[in-house]
Design a protein around this ligand. Structure first.
Ligand code: PEP
Ligand code: MG
Length: 926
């Protein structure tokens, strides 16, 4: 049987379903699903995403076999609805929309009212008796088609749409200001003017034949998969180009047919707070674009009862049906055409982190989903939003009392942001790159603005509702957003914004509160989030912190399902304390060299480096010993028996010496030695490749007294802690080992020191000696190294540097373009390069465990806090990941999700009677 590329839906049945997102795209799959469960969906058909690839392979043409299938489905649609393309009595009008597997709001093109020409318009006037409506639809169609298919859309951000210019001219001629004052005859004239503009620009006529229109529109929608916006969006959200978009062709229904018609968008729960309330907006006598474009301010859905009670009741029922069916919060679009309700779209709703967590927790309580399912509903990185700052309340109140409250808009994206005003995305990006905090301030945003929105601390718009582009995208990105702040008068050309007779210029400071919608002039300091106030500052009681409570519940569930332990990278007692409060179960990396920069330590450290003889070096080390011991004791006390991995000195020695003459002279004076001596020493320590030079265990091998001092400091601190009856578990880690003999050399010193200290102090304590695996040779010979090492910790920063041959300190210049060109899909210093570095890790795990089955395995490179890398660590069977304190909650959740999503599948169920479409992998629900 020939491969199927087109799927019909409508009239209570569908050929597809919601599990077919990869074939039908999100929109198509959900339309099919809704039709299948009997919801009122306008009939239509979906051309599969696979055709998108064929389209590009076929030099941007639809293959003939697909054309035939489309024709067949078009006939079926005509028959189903009793209308036909170009029919002089009952003409069929359709919408043609994109729909990729992942939602890409507004990034690709849409054409509405397709099928209109002078004849069908006249027929429709007879049929509806509403001439104004028909010619308004007609002019919208010609405009959209002209922009999207015939290429009249402006390219530059400051250009205006040629059709909008014509409308403005017409209104000027008529002396009117609003579109609704245009009469049917005016609109008819606009259609003629639009067509003339198209002729002038393209040299061709506007296509009157609906079939020709359809093929043009289908081609344009496939073509929009490769437009700049879509490409940028895919990069931002990791959507592979190969997925392609589907095209949905669907019977048009009209929300602008009069007072008994309308259109709206809604969330089955509040997408900002997660509250279990129906949340949305609608407009009577309007088309969908009017609601999202922000040109008319929509009404809250709670008022629909007044406008159309029947539709309101029906919609409430659909809200519950959808939540039960999808077991998730859904985002819906609906249209009421002359009193009849139609569902145009449903998809899993985007939400803030606050909402994601609340909805997940509430739905467990409502028995809609399991705890495991709830964990898969919260993206680990979203937790960042819960940890993000809020305004210092006292300062904010003072600012408001002082008359600095400028305006109030919609609380579209929670959190607090303070920054300098910029008025376009290009500036937001440029200022952001310079390290400036900016608030992107726009009349309204459009998909072109995503890069600027991403670079901004916050987004402020003058127009648009909670479901406007700015609001949706800001929430998805986790940006603070205040939308629809109608009091702002923004002048793009003058780069100013006026509100209540005050004018702010580009670069002025403002503060926006995305939780309350307030816009405040000037800077307002931010302060820790609720979660931080409970856990870190301890200034708020858990019982008074609802956000914290839901966070804590999710964390507790995460801990139940994860198999990876989570540790932290910390070198100070306070950092360690924070990490424990966030749930760290040990320290995975204490970089002792960081301690040398602390109070009073850099002097003896420099003395040690500048020493000429062993005696001098020992004398300097003797000064460092008590200082290090104190640091370690502080950490051991906080960690109270949790494992603490302490790494012996790692960086090249020149990092501890000053490189400027002025500072070198100061050091010389402090130490009472000639300046020349300091300079000579610095020169002699110069290396061409310091990261491949005299560092790591090489230092301890050449100067064993350094390792001995550090081991002594660790063990004496351990003994002192033990004497205070606080349990302690030090793990001494030797860095940069490539050969087992290097480790054996250092291990001997460490163990001898441990024995000596235990004897001297008269206490016994357990400890481990292990190594970092951060040199490719170390990974390859892990079986030999494991004969000595009791644990491995992957130093994936260096392992990435050395495996890729890319300097971690100098890579930005080419690595960013590399990622842009998809040479590496992601920055390999951020996300583990599974195919390269990951393979070495896998090898080291296998070889290490072969020699020492019980070996403890972890990671302490920066990747330990990246969700995708945490998943990889789970997959290769590490025991723990270690990351910075503020990433500990993210790692806990990432580890749980890795365990849940990669759990071995229960034995395959008996094959269903109807096999899934061939060649399709089963897709996860979300
Ligand atoms: C590493 O290389 O991954 C590591 C943790 O060590 P550092 O970053 O200190 O070199
Ligand atoms: Mg390293």
């Amino acid at each position: 049987m020939a491969k199927k590329y087109v799927y019909f839906f409508g009239a209570g049945a569908a050929e597809g379903n919601m599990r077919m997102k990869d074939v039908l795209g999100g929109k198509g799959a959900n339309l099919a699903e809704m039709a299948g469960i009997g919801l009122p969906v306008p009939p239509g058909f979906t051309i599969s995403t696979e055709v998108c690839a064929l389209y590009y392979k076929n030099r941007e043409r639809i293959p003939e076999s697909v054309r035939l299938e489309v024709e067949k489905n078009l006939k079926r649609l005509e028959k189903t609805v009793g209308q036909a393309f170009g029919d002089p009595k009952s003409p069929l009008l359709v919408s043609v929309r994109s729909g990729a597997r992942a939602s890409m709001p507004g990034m690709m093109d849409t054409i509405l009212n397709l099928g209109l020409n002078d004849r069908t318009a006249a027929a429709l006037v007879v049929k509806t008796g509403n001439e104004r409506f028909v010619y308004d639809s007609y002019r919208r169609f010609v405009q959209m088609y002209g922009d999207v298919v015939l290429g009249l859309k402006p390219v530059h951000k400051d250009d205006i749409d040629p059709f909008e210019a014509i409308i403005e001219r017409k209104k000027h001629e008529l002396g009117i200001t609003i579109d609704t004052d245009l009469s049917a005859a005016d609109l008819k004239d606009l259609v003629a003017r639009f067509k003339a503009a198209i002729r002038a620009k393209t040299g061709g006529e506007f296509p009157d034949d609906p079939k020709k229109q359809l093929w043009g529109a289908i081609g344009a929608v496939f073509g929009s998969w490769m437009n700049d916006r879509a490409i940028a969006y895919r990069k931002l959200y990791d959507i592979p180009e190969a997925w392609g978009t589907a095209v949905n062709v669907q019977l048009m229904v009209f929300g602008n047919m009069g007072g008994d018609s309308g259109t709206g968008v809604a969330f089955t729960r509040d997408a900002a707070t997660g509250e279990n309330v129906f949340y949305g907006e609608y407009l009577m006598n309007a088309q969908g674009e009017d609601v999202v474009a922000g040109t008319r301010t929509p009404k809250p859905i709670s008022e629909l009862r007044k406008d159309d009670a029947k539709a309101c009741v029906q919609l409430e029922k659909i809200r519950h049906t959808l939540e039960k069916h999808y077991t998730d919060m859904m985002d819906i679009e609906f249209t009421i055409q002359q009193g009849k309700l139609y569902m145009l779209q449903c998809r899993v709703g985007k939400r803030t982190a606050f909402a994601a967590i609340k909805i997940a927790v509430d739905m467990v309580g409502e028995k809609l989903i399991s705890e495991k399912e709830a964990l898969t509903r919260v993206e680990p990185d979203q937790l960042n939003q819960l940890l993000r700052p809020i305004f210092d309340q006292a300062q904010k109140e003072a600012a408001i009392k002082g008359g600095r409250l400028l305006a109030k808009g919609l609380n579209a994206g929670p959190g607090a942001a303070t920054g300098r005003v910029v008025f376009n995305s290009v500036d937001a990006e440029a200022w952001g790159k310079r390290g400036e905090k900016v608030i992107l301030t726009r009349i309204e945003t459009s998909p072109e603005d995503i890069k600027g929105m991403s670079a901004a601390e916050g987004i402020l718009t003058a127009r648009g509702g909670m479901t406007s582009h700015a609001a949706l995208v800001a929430r998805q990105m986790g940006r603070v957003c205040v939308a629809g702040c109608g009091e702002l008068l923004i002048d793009y050309a003058a780069h100013t914004m006026t509100v209540k007779s005050r004018t702010l210029k580009e670069g002025d400071w403002i503060s926006i509160d995305g939780t309350t919608g307030q816009v405040i002039e000037g800077k307002v300091n931010t302060k820790p989030s609720e979660v931080l106030q409970v856990l870190i500052e301890k200034t708020l009681a858990a019982g008074k912190a609802p956000v914290y409570q839901t966070f804590a519940k999710v964390m507790a569930w995460a801990d139940k399902f994860r198999t990876l332990k989570i540790r932290t990278n910390a070198d100070q007692p306070d950092q360690s304390k924070n990490a424990v409060a966030f749930g760290a179960e040990g320290i995975g990396l204490c970089r002792t060299e960081h301690m040398f920069f602390g109070e009073g330590k850099i002097g003896p450290m420099r003395e040690m480096i500048l020493a000429d003889t062993l005696e001098q070096r020992r004398a300097a080390l003797a000064k460092l010993l008590p200082l290090q011991r104190k640091d370690f004791a502080g950490i051991f006390e906080v960690m109270a028996g949790l494992p603490v991995t302490i790494r012996t000195i790692d960086p090249p020695l020149h990092e501890f010496l000053p490189h400027e003459e002025k500072e070198q002279r100061e050091v010389a004076a402090q130490m009472g030695i000639p300046y020349e001596k300091v300079r000579e020493r610095v020169d002699s320590l110069h290396e061409f490749n310091p990261m491949l030079g005299f560092r790591g265990c090489r230092l301890g091998i050449i100067y064993p007294e350094i390792t001995e001092m550090q081991a002594r400091a660790i063990f004496e601190a351990a003994a002192a802690t033990k004497k205070k009856k606080i349990p302690v578990l030090p793990e001494v880690m030797i860095p940069l080992v490539g050969h087992v003999k290097e480790l054996a050399d250092q291990e001997k010193i460490v163990r001898a020191t441990a024995e000596a200290v235990m004897k001297e102090q008269g206490v016994k304590f357990n400890y481990l000696v292990g190594t970092m695996i951060e040199i490719p040779r170390g990974a390859v010979t892990a079986d030999e190294i494991a004969a000595v090492a009791e644990f491995f910790s992957f130093g994936t920063n260096d392992l990435t540097q050395m495996t890729l041959g890319v300097s971690r300190d100098d890579a930005a210049r080419f690595l960013i373009p590399y990622v842009e060109r998809e040479i590496y899909a992601k920055d390999p210093f951020e996300v583990i390069d599974r195919d390269g570095v990951g393979q070495l890790m896998r090898m080291a795990v296998e070889r290490g465990r072969k020699t020492r089955p019980g070996i403890k395995l972890g990671i302490c490179g920066e990747h330990g806090g990246d969700p995708s890398s945490v998943e990889f660590c789970h997959l290769i069977g590490l025991n723990y990941v270690s990351c910075s304190p503020f990433r500990v909650p993210i790692a806990r959740l990432a580890a749980a999700r890795a365990a849940i999503l990669n759990a071995p599948k229960p034995e395959a169920a008996k094959p269903a009677k109807k096999a899934a479409p061939k060649g399709k992998k089963p897709v996860r629900k979300r």
